[in-house]
Structure formats: structure tokens, C-alpha cells
Design a protein around this ligand. Structure first.
Ligand SMILES: [Zn+2]
Length: 660
């Protein structure tokens, strides 16, 4: 463990605290009070032991190093979660994952949980957030995280799938510059700005010159690049004269496995490789500069600390506590750090919980683990024994914690297909890949992820290869998973999708059908099987799959539209019309649904009803050949031959040259 013993002695008066306390007492209108700017920079996937000022010599991180010189460096800071949106929600609420409930992608942060931005906004702060990956987009994967922000820099909707940069991810420098532009446009008053630098997340593809300098260790290259983006931002606030009197926090959201314990990336395990993060806190006035605190602290402590520093009375309850006691000469005790991950549930494996106190870590798993961190910082030798006192004490702590937590939300949010695609582009399994994580058996009855980590790595490799259009690499990895577990629904699901993309609909349908046998509640697998069967011309099978998908999740627009078309092929216009009507309830402007309804009306022998609608559609969509073809059909059924010929000519013209 890279703990510096350097401790700057000397009690410094926390001038700022006193000043802000008096402001609270004076009860002046918040907006007129001079409050320090607060800048929070989260760096994704950042292991503490890969940062220069944390003792790593193979990297240059000058910006983080300089901030640590001007601020306080916490040598032993831990995240409660190894997954991006869960860990960020903990930072922004001061709550553990089981308290805030955002334990999965796309789960809304409940309005009852007040956020950092809301608290500061109430005090007159101008608030803005700049995110580096769609994983934190408040429209899709992180609903509710934007609460309290005047501006939240979400990603644009509806960009072509082949675009990566700007659609699902932004380079760190881009994020920093967007924040700087916003600050330049909103210079007055106090600011709370959160910047999220996603770069160190895999795949590791730093831009030059970092791609060259770090070509043998590209993960470090990404960190060095993210550090340069941080440097750019620090330079900006220095130029504006804001740096000295601002509170600046830099923290990692979680680490990276890098093969330790067999885990290549993060999310499955709760070892230090993915939970130990760097945390640097620069106070206003640079008080306590250069101090290093080696006692264990948590990322849930950050928000209570900031409120304490600004002088906002704590009216809400946090799982974390202010770090203020560490700033003086006293040496408060290390804090108990809890860890939680439900990500293994996505693969059908047991979720994990952990308790870390200075000196040991206990991990509750089907095969529990206990590590003596003093003797064994790499967490290699499992000393678990049920009668061990540390184990018993940890179990009591976990039981107490569970008793305090609100019951889990009854049903997590449904992730729409577009969002699943974005998740995959970033290397995460979408829920649609694995079905629902609800209704799982008792965790202790599920497989232990320690026995399955190789599968998780292979699935991750396959997904990244699939995203990269390296389908043969993806196929090799997935077939290897199936050697381990021939009924791995995740592998079968990905293979089915791969075959669908490759145009092998028969194999796709077979794999997806097997997934549905294993997971009858997998609505997305059912929808995908429906698509494959429809392509194969097996219309009855397509109808069955689509009906069952919609029974599980009724609000799926693409499934409704496809089922409508399937019913038309089955010559059942009444049932088709029901589906298209249902589709318009989901999206009243949907053109395919509106056209579908007119097709049904014609097929039902009611061309007069279709005609009005088609006329109006033809004027709003004058380049749509299908509308004119249907118009011709409707006219012909009504005996209006001349009008029918006109419409048909128009349709032919459009088919020949759609740009006319
Ligand atoms: Zn992350």
C-alpha cells in the first residue's frame, strides 16, 4: 500500500468555516453572500496506485500532483461501488448504494434523496455538470442525477450509431473546455461545477502523444491524458483568479482490475484494485496544503465535508461524515468502508458486500473471504473461518446496515434498446442482455463470481469486439464461454445478436429461443427472436415471440410496430390495427404507426377512413412513396381511377428518384 507518512504539522485555523458560520447566522439572502466556488472533478476508472503523487513512478500526473501540494491528499480513500453511475451517485448524495438505490444503470435517483447540486443551488450557487460518457446521461442511463444543476451537459440524441466520440463518449479535454466555456458565459456569483473525465475507462486509447509515451501501458496513458485535461481546467480557473479561494476536489469513481484476482476491468469484485481511489481536496485559501491523511475515509464523506466547509447546516442524513476532524491536529479513527456490488447479478451470479476496516477486509459471498491487509495487502490469502471474531463483527455490521436500508425498488427501470446500444459501446452489459435481475434466488444459492470471472472477461472481450466490428473475435470469445457453460444466457444472447447482424437468422433465432427457455422473463431476447423469425418468414413464431415480449414490457414501440406488420402478413388487420394504435399511444407522431393504421383500414374494407389520413400524411410527407402507393390503393377501392393514377405516378416517381 502506498501510504506516505509525510504529515504537515501545525494547526491552521479553518478561517473559511468561521466566516461561513457567521453568514448563516446573519441569514443574508444566499445569492448575495460570497461563497467559495466548488469544483468537483471525478476521474473514471482511476486506481490510486497508478497516480504519481500516490507513489507510482511510471507515470506523470503533474496536475494531480500540484493539486495535492496545494491541498490535502487522502492516501486511503474508498468507493462503496465499482460501477460508474452507482459510485457517482454515492459521491453526489453522500449515501451508500443501498441507501440511494441507484444500484443499476437507468435506475432513477429518487427525489427523496437530495443531491449536492440541489443543496448548493439552494444557497445561491450556479450549478453545472459536464460528463464524459453517456453512462451518466440524465436522459437515459442516469435519470435524476441532473437534479439541482442549472445546466447538465447531456449527450445529443439520435446521432448515427457508427459515431463514438460525441455520441457516447467525450475526450477529457473536450469536457474541460465545455465547462470552461460555460464558466466564461456565466462568470458571476458562486459556482458548483462537476466535471467527469471518462478517459481511463477501457478500451485504453489515449490520443497522441500519450499513445506513444505510454504505448506499453496504455491505461496509464489514458490517466496521464486525463491529468492533462485536469491541468487545462486548473489553468483556466487560475487565469480567472478563482483557484486560490475555491474548493477543488478530485476523486476517482472506482479503480480497475488490470487482471488482479482474474478481473480485467471492474464491477464484479470488491477488492482494493477496484475500490481504492485517489482523493485530493484543496480547501479555499489553500489551507492545510500538502497534508497527507493516511486514515481510511470514504467517497461518501466528500459531500458532508463540503457542506461543512461552506457552512450549510446538515439538515439531511448521510452515510458519510464530514472529514473536517482530520484537518486539525487530532488523528481521528479510520472509518469503516462498506462495499456493495450488484453487477454480478447481470450474469446470474451472487452480489457481493464487503466491510473494510484498517487492517482487514471481509467479503460476504457464497464463499466468504477475509484478508489481513497488513500482512497481505494484495488480498491473496483468504483467512475466512466462520468463528473468526472479525468475521462475526463484520457480519453484525452488515446486518445492521441492511436493517437501516430502505427496501429495494420493486422493479428496476426498463432500459430501452437505444440505451442498451450505448451501454455496449461503453463496454457494459445492458440489462436486456441478461434479462431481469429481479426475482433472483437467494444470493447464497447463486454461483460465486470468483468461479466465473473468466467468463465475465470473455463476455466483456466479446462485447468490445462486437462493437468494433471484429465479429470473428467476438464469436471465438463467446464460444469459449459456452465451453464453460453451454447454457450461459449472456453468451447465447450475444451470439444470437451477432448472428442476426451477420444475416444468419436461423442460428440467431435458435440461440435466442434457448435464452428464452433459460430466462422466460427476458423481454429483449423475445423481441430479438421475433425479429429473427420475421426475417426467416416464420410469421407465426415471430408473433408468439413478440406477443410474449410485449406481455413482459408493454411499452416497447419497435416491438409494437413489428407485431403490427406481422399481423398484416397474417391477414389479421384488426389485430394489426390494435398494435399500431398502441404504438401511437407511445408516440403519437410515429409515421410507421400512422401508415400502418391506414393499411389496416384499407385491408378491412374501409378505404374512406384511410383516405383522409393518407391525404394529410401525403402533404406532411410529400417524399414518402409508400404513402402515395396506399393513397392510390384507397382511391382505386373507391372507384376514383384518375386520382388513383395520379397518386401512383407520384409514387413511381418517388421510387425512381426519392430526392425529387
Ligand atoms: Zn466509472
Amino acid at each position: 500500500m502506498l501510504v506516505s507518512t509525510e504529515m504537515k504539522a501545525g494547526c491552521r485555523l479553518l478561517v473559511f468555516c468561521l466566516v461561513s458560520t457567521s453568514l448563516v447566522l446573519n441569514a443574508q439572502p444566499a445569492s448575495k453572500v460570497s461563497q467559495p466556488n466548488v469544483f468537483l472533478i471525478t476521474i473514471d476508472t482511476l486506481r490510486a496506485d497508478h497516480v504519481h503523487c500516490y507513489g507510482y513512478s511510471q507515470i506523470q500526473t503533474p496536475a494531480l500532483d500540484s493539486l495535492a501540494r496545494d491541498g490535502i491528499r487522502f492516501a486511503q480513500a474508498f468507493t462503496p461501488s465499482p460501477i460508474t453511475n452507482t459510485s457517482h451517485t454515492s459521491i453526489l448524495t453522500g449515501l451508500l448504494p443501498s441507501s440511494h438505490g441507484v444500484t443499476d444503470f437507468a435506475v432513477s435517483l429518487a427525489p427523496s434523496h437530495t443531491t449536492w447540486a440541489e443543496l448548493l443551488k439552494k444557497r445561491g450557487y450556479h450549478t453545472a455538470a459536464f460528463i464524459g460518457a453517456v453512462i451518466l446521461d440524465s436522459h437515459s442511463l442516469a435519470p435524476g442525477l441532473d437534479r439541482g444543476f442549472d445546466f447538465y451537459d447531456d449527450f445529443p440524441e439520435k446521432l448515427p450509431l457508427r459515431i463514438h466520440w460525441g455520441r457516447v463518449e467525450r475526450r477529457g479535454l473536450d469536457v474541460a473546455v465545455r465547462a470552461e466555456k460555460w464558466l466564461t458565459a456565466h462568470p458571476g456569483g458562486s459556482h458548483f461545477v462537476w466535471i467527469h473525465l471518462y478517459d481511463p475507462h477501457d478500451p485504453y486509447e489515449p490520443p497522441p502523444p500519450y499513445s506513444q509515451t505510454y504505448r506499453s501501458h496504455l491505461y496509464d496513458g489514458e490517466i496521464a491524458y486525463a491529468d492533462s485535461a485536469l491541468g487545462n481546467f486548473l489553468e483556466y480557473i487560475k487565469k480567472r483568479g478563482w483557484y486560490e479561494n475555491s474548493i477543488v476536489i478530485v476523486v476517482g469513481d472506482h479503480g480497475e482490475g488490470l487482471g488482479e484476482h482474474g478481473e480485467n476491468t471492474h464491477g464484479i469484485f470488491l477488492y482494493d484494485s477496484t475500490t481504492h481511489v485517489p482523493l485530493v481536496l484543496k480547501l479555499a485559501g489553500n489551507t492545510n496544503s500538502g497534508k497527507v491523511i493516511s486514515a481510511q475515509v470514504r467517497t461518501t464523506d466528500i459531500l458532508p465535508t463540503v457542506l461543512d466547509l461552506i457552512g450549510i447546516p446538515a439538515s439531511i442524513k448521510f452515510d458519510g461524515e464530514s472529514l473536517n476532524p482530520f484537518f486539525g491536529e487530532a488523528r481521528p479513527d479510520a472509518r469503516v468502508a462498506f462495499g456493495e456490488t450488484d453487477y454480478p447479478l447481470r450474469f446470474g451470479w451472487a452480489p457481493l458486500r464487503s466491510v473494510r476496516e484498517q487492517g482487514f477486509k471481509f467479503i460476504e459471498a457464497p464463499r466468504p473471504e477475509l484478508y489481513d491487509l497488513t500482512q497481505d495487502p494484495g488480498e491473496i490469502h483468504n483467512n475466512y473461518a466462520p468463528w473468526d471474531q472479525t468475521v462475526q463483527k463484520s457480519r453484525v455490521l452488515l446486518t445492521e446496515l441492511r436493517a437501516k436500508m430502505p427496501p429495494p425498488a420493486p422493479s428496476p427501470a426498463t432500459v430501452p434498446q437505444g440505451t442498451v446500444n450505448e451501454l455496449k459501446a461503453l463496454g457494459y452489459l445492458g440489462k436486456a442482455d441478461v434479462g431481469s435481475s429481479t426475482n433472483v434466488p437467494e444470493p447464497s444459492l447463486l454461483p460465486d463470481s470468483k468461479d466465473r470471472i473468466e467468463e465475465a472477461n470473455l463476455l466483456h472481450t466479446a462485447m468490445m469486439a462486437g462493437e468494433d466490428n471484429r465479429s470473428s473475435d467476438a464469436r471465438v470469445a463467446l464460444e469459449k464461454v459456452l465451453e464453460f457453460d453451454p447454457r450461459s444466457p449472456t453468451a447465447l444472447r450475444q451470439l444470437g445478436e451477432l448472428e442476426f447482424k451477420a444475416g444468419d437468422y436461423a442460428n440467431a433465432a435458435e440461440h435466442l429461443r434457448t435464452v428464452r427457455e433459460i430466462r422466460p422473463d427476458d423481454a429483449a431476447a423475445a423481441f430479438d427472436e421475433g425479429q429473427a423469425q420475421e426475417k426467416l418468414g416464420k410469421i407465426a413464431a415471430a408473433r408468439e415471440a413478440l406477443e410474449s415480449s410485449l406481455k413482459l414490457i408493454p411499452g416497447q414501440l419497435p416491438a409494437r410496430l413489428l407485431l403490427g406488420r406481422v399481423y398484416l402478413e397474417l391477414k389479421d388487420p384488426k389485430a394489426a390495427e390494435d398494435q399500431f394504435e398502441a404504438a401511437t399511444l407511445l408516440d403519437s407522431e410515429n409515421l410507421e404507426a400512422q401508415i400502418g393504421i391506414t393499411q389496416c383500414e384499407i385491408a378491412e374494407g374501409n378505404p374512406a377512413a384511410a383516405l383522409d389520413q393518407l391525404k394529410s400524411l401525403s402533404s406532411s410527407h410529400p417524399k414518402d412513396a409508400q404513402i402515395f402507393e396506399l393513397l392510390a390503393e384507397a382511391y382505386r377501392s373507391l372507384g376514383r381511377t384518375q386520382d388513383a393514377d395520379h397518386a401512383e405516378d407520384r409514387a413511381k416517381l418517388l421510387r425512381g428518384n426519392p430526392h425529387k
